[in-house]
Design a protein around this ligand. Structure first.
Ligand code: 0WK
Ligand code: 0WK
Ligand code: BGC
Ligand code: BGC
Length: 872
């Protein structure tokens, strides 16, 4: 028909819609990326709404709904869902007209009108003016939101064109107006765009609703984007709702080939030329104008009303969107006498204009849905779109056409459209409820984790307590929590060590047997073969004999001398009977005799810290401290013999195995020990013992985390309050999970799958909190070990009367080697607490077995020298 020819440019075919969809996808990328956001036409504004409703929202809120065709004040009561009984929302609302002049006046005057309307509503509904009421604010204009309750206005749109607010925080403006009005207490908890509020409103009944769409006076859409793609917001865990502000699509010319002369005329005559190009092709504020301009031109070229043009037809805004439906009344209203054909033609024009609007919306909506599908690497997407707006609600065919085109553009997806039946304020209140819940959860989680945060003062205290007990342990007179056991190792290696040695390494995660061969020439020439064996739990907690049969060196609490070792007490996971108080060297000899297959000359028994120090000292002569941060924790260092009351030797120094794991066994750490730590200690194999170790080592960190998670879940802050059997199972949260969960490379989904493996069904927010708990527990552990190291190196510096000390610490242990942050936090803490010491940390390559072999080599060498001297 003539109209079709006339409006050929407005009829968009699927390939054009796919092209527009592709262009819009490109625009979304531009808006999301930090580099190109500033110049992007489609702003992609982060909203700080990180989750859709989950039925646990509750509370009573005031709500303001400003920016659509009607300004509403509401009271919204959200009742939490219990079990299968779904939550409910009750609302009371009142529409307050906004005088036209206020739409183009000063911003402050508009907000005064808003707050006076609010006060009127409170009075009319007899709502207590004294009480502080949480308020949810729906403001339907493009705002940059640093947080959920701040919104810097970027620009006005639709029929709002006020002065003095652009770039300002509209929440502050609202608070200012409420103050000016006075006599009411309101706490603005959240400000959301109407698309976001609409998505939340529909999300209350349909958990799949993750897109909000407005086709009203203006048009816009929001959706749940993966946070890792939202460059403008910190963090890449979970999701965040993004307000696309797609009304601006085309403002950079991206839609030029689809812009018709009528669109250019509408834009030129609008109150924001060049802006909101897409909106001006789609939304209710402009459709009527488009129809008028088309009808005007067709009349002028004689295609309508026999070329007669009335003044009304020439007048802007004479055809408003709603009326396009019943044509004859309109045309007569415009002083025209339309023929039947004229009416049909005009009807056809409005259909084409409205058609194009729904097609354009379909194209951009399918772009959003395609992006969500890609984000989640789904082949098919099942999703719900929450919709509101007068065009969608009042244009008879509009919804049907829109749904049809979307499904045609995305044949393999299942897209459901839900009309927001009661406006967006229910959703706004839900956002406020979520904000309130998140805020209170945040507060409770912070309070729970606060005791794990070590202040500088506390760390300095731990350092001085460690120092005091190191000193006390060296003295003979009174027992000390830190045993300070002489190792009879007087020198670190000097590279002259030679020979082949067997070494057995028991006490860490694995039991290892090693063969070490020190050859002539540089020490790179050391040959080392080893094999790892696991020690079954029943052996670790069986009889000493069984351990003997299956193992070697006991590196736990040694007294006397290299060749003898009396086990003082088991630690970590060991509890084998008839060992404590026995000479482990003898027990090993007995075990070897019992096997009667080979004979061994046991030359030395050393602690893994001493082995580690020696092993690293072989590489770096400045290494005079050995640190284990693994299943257990401990440190040894070269102490000046003159300070060791227990033992006199004619050497200058001797390596002391501190057994610092016992710090706090006398209660000296009670001010930092939390109830969770106490619980872990109570449930441990050796309650009351090794308190410092139980705050810092791999055997226990997972358990501390589990205790905290248990408490948070019982408090309803995690896993929706479901305390599963898994969560109650001791040892289920191994420390290796901390290392995995805290690795920066691990997306939240993977954290959730770890929790899944543990039988813990979690959501995004849960995993974020689990990660925080892991971080708090491991950070404290690293800081405490850092404080311990600072005490040791400062003692060495003072021993030697040095202003400044350069020293290396040889380190081993899975916690230090595998945890993503432990070593860095340890380094930083030691640096701050021992500023006069320049401490380097040298991870031990071959474990402590090599170190033990070195000590044997030194001991052997000395025997030989002693032997020759004997002869001499
Ligand atoms: C009703 C919502 C409101 C939104 C409006 C949009 O409650 O937040 O702004 O829909 O449609 P309009 O009134 O502009 O047609
Ligand atoms: C490897 C050493 C071994 C030590 C272990 C400690 O060779 O002597 O006991 O590190 O780390 P864990 O295995 O307890 O993490
Ligand atoms: C505004 C959006 C709003 C939309 C629908 C547009 O003009 O820029 O913020 O969501 O209208 O009300
Ligand atoms: C033991 C120490 C050992 C440390 C690291 C502690 O439980 O008491 O002897 O050095 O664990 O393995």
């Amino acid at each position: 028909s003539a109209v079709d020819r006339f409006l050929y440019a407005m009829r968009l075919h699927d390939d054009q819609l796919e092209d527009i969809s592709a262009r819009f996808q490109a625009e979304m990328k531009k808006g999301l990326s930090a580099e190109s956001n500033a110049a992007a036409a489609v702003k992609m504004l982060p909203t700080h709404v990180r989750s859709t409703p989950d039925g646990s929202e509750r509370g009573q809120f005031l709500a303001l709904d400003l920016g659509g065709s009607k300004f509403k004040v509401l009271q919204v009561k959200v009742r939490e869902g219990m079990g299968i009984r779904k939550g409910g929302v009750e609302m009371e609302e009142k529409i307050y007209p906004i005088p036209k002049e206020l739409l183009i006046g000063r911003g402050t005057e508009l907000f005064d009108h808003v707050s006076e309307s609010l006060k009127d509503f409170l009075q009319e509904k007899n709502i207590n003016l004294e009480k502080t009421h949480p308020l949810a604010f729906t403001f339907s204009f493009p705002c940059e939101q640093p947080t959920l309750n701040q919104g810097l206005l970027l620009s006005w749109s639709k029929n709002f064109r006020l002065r003095g607010l652009q770039g300002k925080d509209v929440v502050q403006s609202l608070k200012g107006a409420i103050e000016r009005t006075g006599g009411m207490n309101v706490d603005v908890l959240s400000m959301v765009n109407d698309t976001v509020a609409t998505m939340m409103t529909c999300g209350f009944d349909d958990q799949r609703c993750e897109v909000g769409l407005i086709i009203g006076t203006g048009t816009n859409a929001c959706y749940m984007e993966a946070l890792r793609h939202v460059d403008l917001v910190e963090g890449d865990e979970g999701q965040m709702c993004v307000n696309t502000e797609w009304g601006g699509f085309g403002d950079d010319g991206a839609l030029n080939e689809y812009i018709t002369e009528f669109d250019r005329d509408v834009d030129a005559a609008s109150n924001n030329p060049g802006k909101q190009i897409f909106e001006k092709m789609v939304s209710g504020m402009y459709l009527g104008e488009l129809v008028r301009l088309v009808v005007l031109k067709m009349a002028k070229v004689g295609l309508l009303f026999d070329g007669f043009v009335s003044d009304a037809l020439r007048t802007k805004g004479k055809i408003t969107t709603a009326n396009v439906a019943n044509t004859r009344d309109i045309l007569t209203g415009l002083g025209l006498t339309p023929s039947q054909d004229d009416c049909i033609a005009v009807q056809h024009v409005s259909t084409i204009v409205s058609f194009r609007s729904s097609n354009l919306v379909a194209a951009c909506l399918s772009a959003i849905l395609t992006r969500i599908k890609k984000n989640r690497s789904l082949r098919t997407l099942t999703i719900t779109v929450g919709v509101d707006g007068t065009v969608y609600k009042t244009h008879p065919q509009y919804p049907k056409r829109l749904h049809k085109v979307v499904r045609r553009l995305l044949p393999e997806s299942h897209v459901r459209f839900v009309l927001s039946d009661s406006g967006s304020s229910k959703g706004a209140a839900l956002v406020a409820a979520v904000a309130q819940r998140l805020a209170s959860r945040r507060k409770q989680v912070d309070e729970t984790l606060f005791p794990f945060q070590m202040s500088q003062e506390q760390l300095h205290l731990v350092k001085s307590r460690m120092r005091a007990d190191l000193e006390a342990g060296l003295k003979n007179k009174n027992p000390s929590t830190i045993k300070m056991l002489p190792s009879f190792v007087y020198h670190t290696p000097d590279g002259t060590e030679r020979g082949k040695y067997l070494a057995l390494d028991l006490g860490g995660t694995n039991f290892r047997a090693l063969l070490v061969n020190f050859k002539k020439g540089l020490h790179q020439n050391t040959r080392l073969y080893h094999k790892i064996y696991t020690v079954p739990m029943e052996i670790m907690q069986g009889t000493g004999e069984e351990v003997g049969n299956s193992s070697s060196f006991f590196k736990i609490f040694i007294t006397l001398f290299v060749l003898q070792g009396t086990l003082l007490t088991w630690t970590k996971g060991f509890k084998a009977t008839d060992c404590e108080g026995h000479d482990v060297v003898n027990m090993l000899r007995e075990a070897i005799k019992r096997r009667n297959e080979f004979d061994l000359d046991i030359a030395a028994v050393v602690n893994d810290t001493v082995g580690t120090m020696m092993s690293c000292a072989y590489e770096d002569p400045e290494c005079e401290v050995g640190l284990i941060a693994g299943t257990g924790t401990n440190v040894c260092y070269m102490e000046d013999v003159r300070n060791i009351e227990k033992r006199d030797a004619d050497a200058q120094r001797m390596c002391i195995n501190t057994e610092w794991g016992g710090l706090g066994d006398d209660g000296s750490l009670n001010d930092i020990i939390t109830p969770y730590d106490a619980e872990v200690d109570q449930n441990s194999l050796h309650p009351g013992k090794q308190r410092f170790e139980k705050l810092t080592s791999g055997m226990y960190l997972g358990e501390i985390v589990r205790q905290v998670l248990l408490d948070l879940t019982r408090g309803g802050l995690l896993f929706r309050g479901h305390v599963t059997e898994a969560l109650k199972t001791p040892g289920i949260f191994e420390t290796k999970y901390l290392s995995q969960i805290e690795s920066d490379r691990l997306a939240l989904l993977q954290v959730r799958s770890i929790l899944q493996q543990l039988g813990l069904d979690s959501n995004c927010d849960d995993s974020i909190i689990v990660k925080e708990v892991c971080g708090a527990v491991s950070r404290r552990a690293a800081q405490l070990v850092g404080a311990g190291i600072a005490a040791v190196v400062d003692k060495i510096r003072e021993n030697r009367g040095l202003e400044h000390l350069n020293i290396t610490v040889g380190v081993d242990g899975a916690l230090y080697k595998l945890h993503p942050h432990f070593s860095r936090v340890l380094h930083d803490t030691a640096k701050v607490l021992a500023p006069l010491c320049n401490v380097s940390f040298l991870p031990s390559e071959e474990g402590s077995g090599k170190g033990a072999a070195l000590i044997t080599a030194v001991a052997k060498q000395k025997d030989k020298d002693a032997g020759c001297k004997g002869q001499t």
